[in-house]
Design a protein around this ligand. Structure first.
Ligand SMILES: [Fe+2]
Length: 282
């Protein structure tokens, strides 16, 4: 049995995109309610909690992000091998501060049912509103939840799509605050684009969403890819800011027995079984 929130404490958390951090500048931010000061040097990241008597925090730079851990012995970050493929472009879509639990943001990212209503004429369109059956898999060896065989007909499924695409999706819930989406790549049908949602849990009811694209796209500029992603995210913000309570409810009585929600239910159960309470409704 996990001690309450030890699953989050013994882990890494993103604090900024490398591309948006000025070398030598001092920054402060929060992770899991703790104030953190950090500076990026030419080759590494130096970070400490506000209580400067404590030793420096462990840090890491990977997937286009700066990471810290509040533990001296965290497990490694999730393995995302596509980031090592040299023909992919790794682009930050920015850091978006949201006044709700990061768990809510991840759950919304996993939900296909809202595409036609919230991302109308981009990720979905009426009358094609049905989420077809997909499979939820628990991968115990890496302790992840995956949803496979997801598909959705999308009018403009990516910045590179010039016509409607029957998008295939795989969702990977790698951590309570990290979800990775693999989707049809319109440039190369044999490979998948990768979109990582890396949430920085600031406090229980506030977070910063760091979105990193790892795409095969030789059509769009970085700015075009970023603008596409930020437009989608802006539409999601409207929903996220209206969700009550801000914490994610884990009590099964709040689950709806709708097929489209199978992944959301699996996510909530998985969080609960790991004794994560930070960012949940209690
Ligand atoms: Fe959305």
């Amino acid at each position: 049995m996990h001690k309450e929130n030890s699953f989050l404490l013994n882990d890494w958390h993103p604090i900024a995109a490398v591309a948006e951090t000025v070398v030598g500048k001092q920054y402060s931010t929060r992770v899991l309610g703790k104030e953190i000061r950090y500076t990026l040097t030419n080759d590494h990241l130096i970070a400490r909690t506000e209580d400067s008597d404590l030793p420096l925090l462990l840090t890491k730079i990977t997937y286009g992000l700066l990471w810290v851990s509040l533990s001296e012995n965290p497990r490694d970050v999730p393995d995302i091998p596509e980031f090592k493929e040299h023909d992919r472009r790794v682009i930050s879509a920015g850091a978006i501060r949201i006044a709700t639990s990061g768990l809510r943001v991840v759950e919304n990212f996993l939900d296909m049912a809202h595409f036609p209503f919230v991302h109308t004429d981009i990720l979905g369109a009426e009358p094609l509103t049905e989420v077809t059956a997909y499979d939820v898999e628990i991968h115990e060896e890496v302790d992840e939840v995956h949803a496979v065989n997801c598909r959705f007909t999308q009018p403009k499924g990516s910045a590179a799509a010039s016509e409607p695409v029957d998008m295939q999706y795989v969702y990977r819930i790698a951590r309570p605050f990290i979800a990775i989406l693999y989707k049809t790549c319109v440039v190369d049908p044999n490979r998948l684009d990768v979109l990582g949602l890396f949430i920085q849990p600031v406090d229980e009811e506030s977070c910063i969403a760091h979105t990193i694209m790892c795409y095969l796209d030789d059509v769009n500029t970085d700015k075009q890819l970023r603008d596409f992603q930020q437009r989608i995210f802006g539409q999601d913000l409207m929903i996220l800011l209206n969700q009550v309570p801000k914490g994610l409810p884990l009590d099964p009585k709040y689950e709806t027995p709708v097929r489209a929600d199978a992944l959301s239910s699996a996510y909530r159960r998985w969080i609960k079984a790991r004794n994560v309470t930070f960012g949940t409704a209690r």
